[in-house]
Design a protein around this ligand. Structure first.
Ligand code: GLN
Length: 234
């Protein structure tokens, strides 16, 4: 294949609820159609994240127990991940991963789980309730609708420089109040969607792959890649 991208699957052995790993399979499926090989490394506890090496990072969701373990370890990768995100590295973070990129997450037992403050959102907990069910949002910039399934206790409030991934059409979203779902900061996309999000929303997978290819191969003619037609798979 003509192109090659390196993907870091952050804590892929710990955070992978509801088949979040399917996001990587979807990326690989579309990458192949873009003449691109996707090489995946799991970067987990006590392993270094090298922001120069990776073209895409994926951070899945998890339960509070795993999130607490990751929260401690990820502080040693905080600087490298923040650099990667602020330099415009493409990243997808789902649910627990989304929460950990922000300031903090208050778990269901009231314990504070520290994030890495790379993004400004924060996540509180709700009493004896979870947001569970199908969800549909609309991305205001592209007019694309994204479909997924949410299951979270955390209620997230966006911070400065963040815009939502979409406006809630049906379902709960970030906090059930302000109609926002997920977050976008530079080329980092965050969402509560499982399902997995990229398997059901190929346009978003395409956007992430095109960004990664443009960053790595700034002089390449990517018109064929940009013309790739995404057919709904749901
Ligand atoms: N434990 C977090 C919450 O309940 C994240 C859940 C998830 O990743 N599905 O909000």
């Amino acid at each position: 294949m003509k192109y090659s991208l390196n993907l870091a699957h952050l804590y892929g052995d710990l955070l992978n609820t509801y088949g979040d790993i399917g996001n990587i399979l979807a990326l690989r499926y579309y990458a192949k159609q873009m003449d691109t090989n996707l090489k995946v490394d799991i970067i987990s506890l006590n392993q270094e994240f090298n922001p120069e090496k990776y073209d895409i990072a994926f951070f899945g969701g998890g339960q509070d127990y795993e999130q607490m373990i990751v929260s401690k370890d990820i502080q040693s990768k905080k600087e490298a991940l923040t650099k990667y995100i602020h330099d415009g590295g493409p990243m997808l973070a789902i649910c627990g991963g989304y929460q950990l990129l922000g300031q903090y997450y208050i778990g269901a037992d009231g314990q504070k789980i520290e994030g890495i403050h790379a993004l400004d959102h924060y996540t509180e907990s709700q009493d004896n309730n979870r947001f569970i069910g199908d969800i549909v949002i609309k991305n205001e910039e592209t007019n694309q609708e994204y479909h997924g399934f949410e299951n979270h206790n955390g209620v997230t409030y966006l911070g400065k420089n963040e815009r939502p991934l979409g406006t809630v059409v049906s379902g709960h979203g970030n906090n059930g109040k302000d109609k926002t779902e997920g977050a976008i900061f530079k080329n980092t996309y965050c969402s509560y969607f499982h399902g997995p999000i990229l398997a059901r929303n190929g346009e978003l997978a395409k956007r992430i792959l095109i960004t990664a290819l443009q960053r790595k191969y700034p002089d390449a003619d990517l018109s064929k890649q940009q013309a790739l037609e995404i057919k709904p798979t749901y």
